[in-house]
Design a protein around this ligand. Structure first.
Ligand SMILES: [Zn+2]
Length: 153
């Protein structure tokens, strides 16, 4: 049962990510992802059903299957986010290889301080490499950060 829950939730998470990716890229929403989210949204047990057993007789009971409740708990905010007032601010984190999404605030392009630091470090390294490259026959700093021996004049 636990493995089934985990598998259902992983699958739903991938569908949510597919919808986020399509939204951020301005592409049509994938039909299978829409179907999966709609399934999770409509399977939420809200109705109190009529039951009967020999000990209790007739009674009302709301079903609370864990997987459906958790699926619903993930699907509702995802659907709200994709259709809400912040939907236009959704963006993918700009720090490779991070695959998270965030709501853009001003010039912020990263999901976390760690991703921002990594992206800035990569940019600084690219600048150093580019600055060293245009001198044919000159020395460049190898990627491992060690300096080549200086040429004596
Ligand atoms: Zn990130």
């Amino acid at each position: 049962m636990q493995e089934l829950c985990a598998s259902l939730l992983r699958s739903l998470r991938e569908h949510v990510r597919a919808l986020l990716a399509a939204h951020v890229a301005g592409l049509p929403a994938p039909a299978d992802a829409l179907a999966a989210l709609n399934g999770a949204l409509t399977r939420a047990p809200a109705a109190s059903l009529l039951r009967w057993n020999p000990d209790r007789g007739l009674y009302r009971e709301t079903a609370h299957p864990v997987a459906q409740i958790v699926e619903h708990a993930l699907a509702v905010p995802a659907a709200d986010l994709l259709t809400g007032p912040d939907a236009d601010r959704l963006t993918a984190c700009g720090s490779t290889p991070c695959n998270r999404y965030l709501l853009r605030h001003g010039r912020r392009h990263w999901c976390s301080v760690r991703c921002g630091d990594r992206a800035r470090a990569a940019r600084a390294y690219a600048r150093r490499t580019a600055a060293a490259a245009p001198h044919p026959g000159g020395t460049t700093t190898p990627p491992d950060g060690t300096r080549p021996p200086r040429a004596r004049l």
